[in-house]
Design a protein around this ligand. Structure first.
Ligand code: MTE
Length: 324
């Protein structure tokens, strides 16, 4: 998502170029061993522990919802957790996995504000328990031209919305994410306007596919994937799916969103996956599935609404070239 640079033109590391898990684990053990022999309580020891904690992966019980299982091959966990966009931790794909151990996903609260009859602040456990957790396998298509298939854990965002009772003035939902320079080194840079914010129109947010997400691969969200809570909107480009949310605000007017503010002619508010509407600097007709399609292999075709045709009814009569 670098501005004014075509990501397809940048040599990005293929997953095979990223440190394999066993090497990575050995490195961690190595750090832990050195740290153990050094004075206990040293910064290195703390670093090794924090990293191990961040990667621990507490299991989350969830029932698979067969109505939402993409038939595609699921992306390897290692690829899904080591090829990320999370600019609060750096702009390279491997930066979030390397740096996000400083994020503290507990304690965590999400405040629900604005045009609702029941504004409230929920801690992460209450949020998780608000509705039964489901596992859903969704495609995630990034505007940069790559995609993954991930088993997310969460429940329809509509479950939360119904419980807080939006007023008739609530036309949009705004998602505001954490921007704490102490935990997130990337927010000191000016690459985006912080906090990272995103938004949906109310009917989009109420669509059952929109997922309030607290886990993936049967465990709590790893820090680099947006712990402890994010949204996943699978028919839209990945940048609509804000990570590490701290506020959900119901508003009358279309909210400003980080990428739209930074490059309005490149990243629209709607951002529906659409192979017929190219990004000004590159085509959206095809995509590379991480872990499957190599740099030199033919890319696969991108599907309208990322293969979720049911959502077309949300956009009847709208010119999707204008509202990109
Ligand atoms: N959320 C925050 N807070 N910061 C970010 O930089 N990047 C977005 C989105 N959510 C981003 C974010 C982009 S561009 C994509 S493609 C997806 O997260 C990537 O999600 P993943 O790393 O879990 O695959």
């Amino acid at each position: 998502m670098l501005i004014k640079l075509n990501p397809d033109g940048i040599v990005q590391p293929s997953p095979s170029e990223i440190t394999p898990e066993h090497v990575y684990l050995n490195r961690r053990q190595f750090i832990a061993r050195i740290a153990a022999t050094a004075a206990a309580g040293s910064a290195l020891w703390e670093m090794a522990n924090r990293e191990a904690f961040a990667q621990a992966g507490t299991r989350l019980a969830a029932r698979r919802n067969a109505a939402y299982v993409a038939p595609d091959k699921v992306t390897e966990f290692h690829d899904a957790t080591h090829y990320n966009n999370f600019y609060e931790f750096g702009t390279d794909k491997e930066d979030p996995a390397a740096n996000a151990h400083t994020l503290r996903p507990r304690p965590w609260t999400v405040s629900i504000e604005g045009e609702v009859k029941k504004p409230q602040t929920l801690d992460i456990d209450s949020l998780r328990k608000m509705a039964p957790l489901e596992e859903r396998i969704y495609r995630l298509r990034c505007v940069e031209g790559w995609s993954m298939v991930i088993p997310w854990v969460g429940y329809s965002l509509s479950e939360l919305i119904k419980r807080v009772e939006p007023t008739s003035n609530a036309k949009y939902v705004e998602f505001i994410t954490l921007a704490d320079p102490k935990q997130m080194p990337g927010v000191r840079s000016r690459i985006l306007q912080w906090p990272y914010t995103e938004g949906l129109r109310m009917d989009e947010a109420m669509h059952p596919l929109a997922l309030l997400t607290v886990g993936m691969y049967g465990q709590v969200l790893p820090n680099q994937n947006g712990a402890p809570v994010r949204v996943i909107v699978p028919w839209k480009y990945g940048f609509k799916s804000g990570k590490s949310i701290v506020k959900i605000r119901f508003v009358r007017d279309q909210p400003r969103t980080s990428w739209n503010v930074s490059a309005p002619d490149e990243y629209g508010f709607y951002a529906n996956v659409n192979p017929k509407v190219d990004h000004p600097r590159w085509s959206q007709a095809t995509e590379r599935r991480i872990g499957e399609d190599g740099f030199f292999k033919r890319k696969r075709e991108t599907l309208m609404f990322n293969g979720y045709p049911d959502v077309a009814r949300l956009y009847g009569g709208m010119d999707l070239r204008k509202y990109y």
